[in-house]
Design a protein around this ligand. Structure first.
Ligand code: ATP
Ligand code: MG
Length: 578
């Protein structure tokens, strides 16, 4: 492709809509343009990178035994009603009506559609194992679309679904997919980690997420520095040293319960400062409501954070949210910031984190405006029949690995893939069954496996860039090589460049020829910005010494190579680019 013909609208200025490097760079490098919130057009460069990722994903999926299909984006409401998700999925599901007033949705995921297909077509144990995948557009009406392709509303996903006769066969499919994912993300040149993940409403105990490590990630990845344990913070289990000795308090030594005035002192930090104590002495009480109108008070140490995923599990309800001001006032009798466990209505269940089980003389809100209680103690002051102790907080880097007791580290991550054992959730809801060897009907055992293909492109850029622009990993670069002609009016240089270009084409190297009649400096800037791994510059040196300059974008290395060598060893040179 010639640059003079390429639709490459690069930007000099930093686009104000973009908050993170990869988003800014994709806009500046003319890869994407925003149509509306969470909706993007892929320009030639962006689409080429997307296609490269797609090709790697497709190849590895096919090698792993999966077969490609393509399902409709528009899905009938009835299927979602059958699975029970029409009501439960919430507002991320974009619902539409056709001209006959029939309800449909835009597919955010395809479990219903694929299960419908399989319940019609798969009859016998002989039809399995089966693994079907597609690479296609999804729509999720995200509450806060942001960061460009990272959290878009319309995006490209690879979703695969497996169908098996029993758990053992599912287990084989699951690890087969897991290994395919390892290869895919390695080939895409990503620094990533596979971590244990929450199984949410679906239950089951096995799920892994594939996280690209990046400071701008929305997830937190915890991993052990000594063993192979790694988990999403959502489910990273806290192994509590303080559990022992709980409840066995010596009541005679307890200090007297005291109410103190704390006017307008609401946050934990402010209360700690106001009372001149460490935040560890405080116990945070946060009121949650469930979708069925119940209330739960979550209690964690002042310096800890409530983990909503763990709290959901402890409560046994998948739909919980922080209570709003009015609810807090009506349930606790006080404004937000002054809730506590003492004297709370009996209808409220209290969930207290394991790490505050053994604490004495702690500080909480007094359920009264502008007041806190000092020297609160479990047995003396709180109705213990209302209290459940559980692991409901986020692990911190002061905690130890739940597997081996080693030190752990916390890093930010971008979720690019997810593998999940579904079991019989959808096959039972939709009646997808098969006949086993004895002619007995059994539900099909399913797994699902997603990759955010468009998110991978941007995640790779988030991980690979510098002040000059993108540094594409070669396997997903829109072009692997750019040949820059210093002076396009010079026929000799242009011809030589064309010669290298033709060899590149013949060798199946994706190559750009920068034949634009602009300053050489501007060409170099563009090549750096769009992140092409190798640049060959054809300039005056060709005439002086028969050499061209080879520049490697990743490490900035420059080499002079003779024109003949270039022609002979082009493929080898490209292979050095990563
Ligand atoms: P997230 O927690 O980021 O919302 P998810 O758990 O909802 O992700 P899945 O339902 O597992 O995601 O979807 C599979 C993959 O699709 C994810 O691993 C992610 O890479 C990608 N993905 C999900 N939502 C989006 C989005 N809004 N924009 C781009 N990619 C997305
Ligand atoms: Mg999501």
């Amino acid at each position: 492709m010639k640059c003079s013909q390429l639709f490459l609208p690069t930007l000099k200025n930093i686009p104000s809509e973009a908050e993170i490097a990869s988003h800014r760079l994709m806009l500046r490098a003319g890869m994407i343009r925003r149509l509306a919130s969470g909706l993007y057009t892929y320009l030639p460069l962006g689409l080429r990178a997307l296609r490269k990722v797609e090709a790697i994903v497709r190849e590895e999926m096919v090698n792993a035994g999966a077969q490609e299909i393509m399902m409709p984006i528009v899905q009938p409401a009835e299927l979602w009603q059958e699975s029970g998700r029409w009501d439960r999925y919430g507002r991320e599901l974009l619902r539409i009506k056709d001209r006959h007033d029939r309800a449909f949705c835009l597919g955010p995921t395809h479990e219903e559609v694929i299960t419908d297909l399989v319940r019609r077509e798969v009859r016998s144990y002989r039809d399995m194992p089966l693994n079907l995948f597609q690479i296609h557009t999804k729509f999720r009406d995200e509450i806060r679309p942001r960061f460009g392709l990272m959290r878009a509303r319309e995006f490209v996903m690879k979703d695969a679904y497996s169908f098996d006769v029993d758990e053992e066969a599912l287990d084989r499919q699951y690890w087969n997919m897991y290994n395919a994912y390892m290869r895919i993300f390695e080939r895409c040149g990503l620094e990533f980690k596979a971590v244990k993940a929450d199984t949410g409403a679906i239950g089951g105990d096995v799920s892994h997420e594939f996280m690209v490590i990046a400071d701008t990630g929305e997830d937190t990845v915890c991993s052990c520095l000594s063993c192979s344990w790694a988990a999403n913070i959502e489910l990273a289990e806290v192994r509590n040293s303080e559990i022992s000795g709980q409840g066995a308090q010596d009541n005679s030594q307890l200090k007297e319960l005291k109410k103190v005035s704390t006017p307008d002192v609401k946050t934990i930090e402010d209360v700690a400062k106001f009372l001149c104590v460490d935040t560890k002495r405080l116990v945070k009480s946060i009121l949650f409501s469930t979708s069925s109108g119940e209330h739960a008070l979550a209690m964690v140490r002042g310096d800890h954070e409530v983990n909503e995923v763990k709290l959901k599990r402890a409560i046994g309800c998948d739909d919980i949210f922080m209570a709003d001001e009015n609810v807090v006032l009506s349930v606790t009798g006080a404004d937000v910031g002054f809730a506590g466990p003492v004297g709370l209505k009996e209808s409220v269940r209290i969930f207290a984190d394991n790490s505050i089980r053994g604490v004495k003389d702690f500080i909480t809100g007094a359920n009264e405006k502008d007041a806190h209680l000092l020297n609160v103690n479990w047995q003396r002051d709180i109705d213990l029949s209302m209290v459940t102790f559980a692991d409901i907080r986020n692990i911190t880097d002061h905690d130890l690995c739940p597997e081996c007791g080693g030190r752990i580290e916390l890093k930010k991550g971008i979720e690019v893939g997810h593998v999940f054992k579904l079991g019989t959730k959808y096959s039972e809801a939709l009646g997808a069954a098969y006949l086993d060897k004895d002619g007995k009907e059994r539900p099909i055992i399913m797994g699902c496996y997603g990759i955010g293909v468009s998110r991978v492109v941007q995640a790779a850029i988030e991980q690979n860039n510098d002040k000059n622009g993108i540094i594409f990993p070669t396997p997903i670069a829109p072009f692997e090589l750019i040949i820059t002609v210093i002076n396009t009016k010079d026929k000799v240089l242009l011809l030589a460049a064309k010669e290298i270009y033709d060899i590149a084409e013949q060798s199946n190297i994706d190559c750009l020829l920068d034949d634009r009649n602009i300053r050489a400096g501007a060409k170099f800037k563009d090549a750096d910005l769009i992140g092409i791994p190798v640049r060959i510059t054809v300039g005056k040196r060709l005439k002086d010494s028969g050499e061209v300059e080879v520049f490697f974008r990743r490490n900035g290395a420059v080499k002079m190579v003779s024109f003949d060598d270039i022609k002979e060893n082009l493929l080898r040179i490209i292979s050095f680019s990563d």
